[in-house]
Design a protein around this ligand. Sequence first.
Ligand code: FE
Ligand code: ZN
Length: 254
Amino acid sequence: MLDLVTIPCLADNYAYLIHDPATGQTAVIDVPEPGPILAALSARQWQLSHILITHHHDDHIQGVDTLRERTKAQVLGAAADAHRLPRLDIALAEGDSLRIGAETGAVIDVSGHTLGHIAFHFPQSRLLFTADSLMAGGCGRLFEGTARQMHASLQKLAVLPPETLVCSGHEYTASNLRFALTLEPDNSQLISRVAEVAEKRAQGRPTVPATLAVELATNPYLRAHLPALKTAVGLPDAEDVVVFAEIRSRKDKF
Ligand code: FE
Ligand code: ZN
């Protein structure tokens, strides 16, 4: 099993470390800034071997070059994004796999927030790194892709084992859940998640990762197929993707 470390960066970003104790191999997922990641590595005396990039936005990649220089780690990211990412040592596409120590990770295309956004799934350790695709209680804004693309991307994640830990890229959970409550004010799991999240934030703790089971029960973007959500947005007979698009566009105005 891989060890997981959640690292707050910048104002509301997260980077993650995964570490294989047997081989010492260590990867970081996204590099909003190098400082907190170097500190987390040195506190554990871990050597960084891999830098995994999810998408091209500055707040996920701006520390990559410094971190590469300091650690000599290999940089992996989407081939589709290679023209707008730091130099890649390995360019990835959906279906590719990568190894961190004894574990094999799978690359999943989750375009929608951006085109070329990828997620990393480590099934043995039940870890899923989603950045700005599936987020705690929400999903990323549609900057480059369509609602249909994001819906299809999230559907690929929704079928993974429910105990999977979803490690997403930002601390947006409280506001995501506030929006979710406008759609499902009577969802008891959502109501208790709101309380748990408020408590964690009051203690200055991250609200990520969360299990996929919790997301399936409370995240409106994974619930567009349910009659309750369709009715909540006034589209009782619409296709799932149309309901999804309506939910996403309501959030933009929320
Ligand atoms: Fe982003
Ligand atoms: Zn982001």
